[in-house]
Design a protein around this ligand. Structure first.
Ligand code: PSV
Ligand code: MN
Length: 408
């Protein structure tokens, strides 16, 4: 059948609708709290004080976008000692969301000065493992499927420790965690080239993470934080490789210019995010239309933007780039690739990238009884002002002064 402009338009609309229907994005509880850099924090009256506030903010984002049903939690920051996980799950449900990935904290306690799973001191490794296994239990009790691990482990100076021995210590701990996972749980292992350690990070890149995951067992996958790469690195190639090995577990979305900058996804290099999404759509296409099981999560702590607004903006950016990548004409691309028609193949990607999908996304939102412009709806709702008033008053009553430094 010949394609007319009208049939092309209808097909594009359907492609965008289908793509948006499959994209769920997890939001991080820590994105709503007062966070900052190690040089300081810029406080906001509307910043969440506790987990109840964070879940309320997450609920607002999900109500407006319809695509953020789960909230990632950081155990140390979100769970009070002895807190009932079932009560936390119920609190999330009251806000219209669910508890998502559980993030153990293996970096803030003083004992982690020289690492957690890689630490030469067996007592520290034991403590790190106990905290992680507790996190696995929290996952089981809150109905969360994902344990999301980031090891801040590394060494600052050559000769400081035996690099290969550190690798084996990490492997042993990961295997021990893997053994305790429930049948539906997955372990995601994040990598980061540097920071906080600057000479040798123990899980510094996707290859190290992938080797660890393969050794740990069938329920371990690599987590790609888009901010954790060197400047020139080709992230979409890493994604394509991990997909082809069935080792891609999920993403932490953000954008970067220098290092782990926590900037809004797609704010600096939207074409890169598009190229990553293009590989994911390509993989699904090559796999008979079956998408890989990937957790899309945001990992951004905004120091200056209003936090709920920044989250809404990120979600909208992700949806736009995801929808654009869905518009790539896969059959034509395969044809051009077969003939090594470089210019035509590249132009196909550019055509999809430069398509303005915003009107179609607004239509999709209307069709799903969502506001066509979530950011505008949020601003009109007065949520931010009400939260600022309530939280400023509660801070005063609780004697919380927004002057202490620190991270998160
Ligand atoms: C580390 O930089 C990281 O990306 C990890 O995912 C942590 O859990 C998170 O940031 C803390 O904000
Ligand atoms: Mn991350």
């Amino acid at each position: 059948m010949r394609k007319t402009p009208a049939s092309r338009k209808a097909a594009a609309r359907q492609q965008v609708f289908d793509a948006l229907g499959t994209l769920k994005i997890e939001i991080p509880s820590w994105g709503f709290a007062d966070t900052g850099t190690r040089f300081g924090k810029f406080y906001q009256d509307a910043a969440a004080i506790d987990l109840a506030d964070k879940l309320a903010d997450a609920g607002q984002v999900h109500r407006l976008t319809g695509c953020c049903p789960t909230v990632a939690v950081h155990v140390l920051w979100d769970f009070k000692p002895g807190e009932d996980p079932a009560a936390v799950a119920a609190l999330a449900a009251r806000n219209g969301v669910k508890i998502g990935s559980i993030n153990p904290n293996l970096f803030q306690d003083q004992i982690y000065k020289h690492g957690s799973f890689a630490n030469p001191d067996p007592a520290v490794r034991k403590a790190a493992l106990a905290h992680t296994l507790h996190s696995v239990e929290l996952g089981k009790k809150t109905g969360s499927r994902l344990l999301s691990l980031w090891l801040a482990d590394g060494i600052n100076y050559p000769g400081q420790d035996n690099i290969a021995a550190r690798k084996e210590r990490v492997a042993e701990c990961l295997a021990a965690v893997h053994r305790k996972l429930g049948p539906d749980q997955l372990l995601l292992l994040e990598y980061k080239p540097f920071e906080p350690a600057f000479y040798a990070t123990d899980v510094a890149d996707w290859g190290m993470s992938c080797i660890h995951c393969k050794k740990a067992g069938k329920k371990a996958r690599v987590l790609v934080d888009t901010g954790h790469h060197y400047t020139a690195q080709n992230i979409e190639q890493i994604v394509a490789w991990l997909l082809s090995e069935n080792m891609l577990g999920g993403f932490h979305f953000n954008d970067r210019r220098y290092a782990d900058d926590d900037l809004t996804l797609g704010s600096l290099d939207p074409y890169q995010v598009f190229r990553i999404f293009n590989e994911i759509h390509q993989h699904a296409h090559d796999n008979g239309g079956r998408p890989a099981d990937i957790a899309y999560m945001i990992d951004q702590s905004h120091n200056d933007k209003p936090k709920v607004e920044a989250t809404l903006q990120t979600v909208a950016n992700a949806q736009e780039l995801w929808a654009k990548a869905a518009l790539v004409d896969r059959d034509a691309l395969a044809h051009h690739q077969k003939n090594t028609a470089q210019i035509d193949a590249e132009e196909l990607l550019k055509t999809a990238f430069f398509t303005d999908v915003r009107p179609l996304i607004a239509d999709w939102r209307r069709a799903n009884k969502l506001p066509p412009d979530p950011l505008a709806a949020h601003r009109a709702s007065g949520y931010e002002q009400a939260a600022a008033k309530d939280r400023a008053a509660r801070r005063k009553a609780l004697g919380i002064t927004q002057t202490a430094g620190g991270y998160a």
